[in-house]
Design a binder for this molecule. Structure first.
Ligand code: FMN
Length: 426
């Protein structure tokens, strides 16, 4: 059976319990380019998971506890309250984005005001297309743009995207330069250690990113061949941190606040990125914030463990948000459909105007030499639509007694025809 790219395949193999580090804690903030991120935690991009509903759900997770009376996901929860400093879209195909019509693009790049700071992740292998898509992302108001060099999925690798590019550093450099030249917003890259153990390139890649003007790097400390198996090898995050001076975001196997603190302690990374733990425990960001604050205050890190009631509220809220989003999307679709109908109406009216314009233009020529043609031209010029013009023609020819005599207004015709012809040209 065909393997699907799902969350289920990506469980932790054999989670390691990290001893509670004595001093280390997740930094209160860090900056990527000019973007201030506080606290230094990032929700990892996850295809099929981190859409706008899930991202806002995570940012509002502090509300799903029994201590909050009303869950109001539309009320702004600060990043300090949610504990999640930055969010990212799931990966989006640069080729697709560049080809799509604007309305369709909007669906892929949907985000709400309370999602800032937000990064859009792109994948692809063509420098020009990626640069063009990065520009689209910038124009859409994203705070940052990220390049995916980690996706192990076969259909992505087959097109040389995601981790497929890890075998081609010169092409990565071309892509880095093209995107960097295309946008002014901070530009980051998320990558794996390398293709396999024989080809670990995370340090040279991070240095190249820095040299090309990227503003931060995020490392999922596994190779492409590792997939999601084994343990993330945090020692490589430490090596990357030693090698560059732009911020390094560590990623891989953080399941608890203790893990997050342990990663910072062992690697010196500037921020932590959390993926699979977020859908399993949407409170993780808030727990990290609680753990950090309590440790700072008392030396002992503690955090709330969600109750069954909290979990119930969390599930209900997420499902309700999904249902609400359908209504929002349907309303947007209806508005789009109404706009299409309206533009169809405008186009129809324009077509009628053009046809009548043509009739008026040709009336001058067609009535040349017709006795009393001046009256018909006048009637045609005053008519409001095609049918009215036709009626005038019918009436005229029914009523008139056609003679062989020449039209008495030929000179006038000539000037009108030129005028009419002129009006029809552009
Ligand atoms: C369902 C799923 C989808 C993912 N999609 C993406 C993606 O679109 N872009 C990306 O860079 N990484 C993607 N990843 C990888 C995660 O961002 C992260 O690097 C990985 O899960 C390791 O972090 P964790 O141990 O905290 O989960 C995905 C992971 C999962 C489980």
């Amino acid at each position: 059976m065909k393997k699907r790219y799902t969350l289920e395949q990506k469980k932790w193999d054999a989670p390691v319990e990290h001893a509670m580090p004595t001093h280390a804690r997740v930094p209160a903030s860090f900056s990527i380019g000019g973007v201030h991120i506080a606290p230094a935690t990032v929700l990892a991009p996850m295809a099929g998971v981190t859409d706008t509903v899930f991202r806002r759900f995570i940012k509002n997770a502090s509300q799903f506890s029994a201590t909050s009376d009303n869950v109001d996901v539309d009320s702004a929860t600060t990043n300090a309250q949610s504990g999640c400093g930055q969010i990212m879209t799931e990966f989006t195909s640069a080729d697709g984005l560049a080809r799509m019509r604007e309305t369709k693009r909007k669906r892929y790049l949907t985000y709400y005001d309370d999602e800032h700071p937000i990064s859009a992740q792109l994948f692809g292998s063509n420098p020009e297309t990626l640069a063009e898509s990065a520009r689209i992302v910038e124009d859409a108001g994203f705070d940052l743009v990220d390049l995916n060099l980690g996706c192990p999925a076969k259909r992505v690798v087959a097109c040389n995207g995601g981790s497929g590019l890890l075998r081609d550093l010169p092409q990565i450099e071309r892509i880095f330069k093209a995107i960097r030249a295309a946008v002014t917003i901070p530009f980051t890259v998320k990558f794996r250690l390398g293709w396999n153990d024989k080809h670990i390139i995370c340090v040279p890649l991070a240095k190249m990113a820095e040299d090309c003007g990227l503003n931060a790097v995020a490392l999922h400390a596994r190779t492409r061949e590792d997939g999601y198996t084994g343990q993330a090898r945090w020692e490589y995050i430490a090596q990357v941190k030693d090698a560059v001076s732009i911020p390094v975001i560590g990623n891989g196997d953080i399941r608890t606040p203790q893990d997050a603190a342990a990663m910072v302690e062992r690697t010196g990374c500037d921020a932590v990125m959390i993926g699979r733990a977020a859908p399993a425990n949407p409170w993780i960001f808030r727990q990290i914030a609680q753990y950090t604050a309590s440790k700072e205050a008392t030396g002992v890190g503690t955090y709330d463990i969600p109750t069954d009631q909290d979990r119930y509220r969390m599930i209900r809220t997420y499902f309700q948000m999904l249902v609400d989003e359908i209504a929002i999307e349907e309303a947007a679709e209806a508005a789009r459909a109404a706009a299409i109908v309206a533009s169809g109406q405008i186009a129809r009216e324009q077509r009628h105007r053009d046809a009548v314009g043509k009739m008026k233009q040709f009336a001058a020529w067609f009535t040349h030499g017709v006795p009393g043609g001046g009256a018909l031209r006048k009637a045609i010029f005053e008519a409001k639509n095609g049918n009215a013009v036709l009626s005038e023609v019918e009436r005229f020819f029914e009523a008139s007694e056609l003679t062989e005599s020449a039209d008495d207004s030929a000179p006038e015709d000539a000037s009108m025809s030129l005028e009419a012809l002129g009006a029809g040209c552009d």
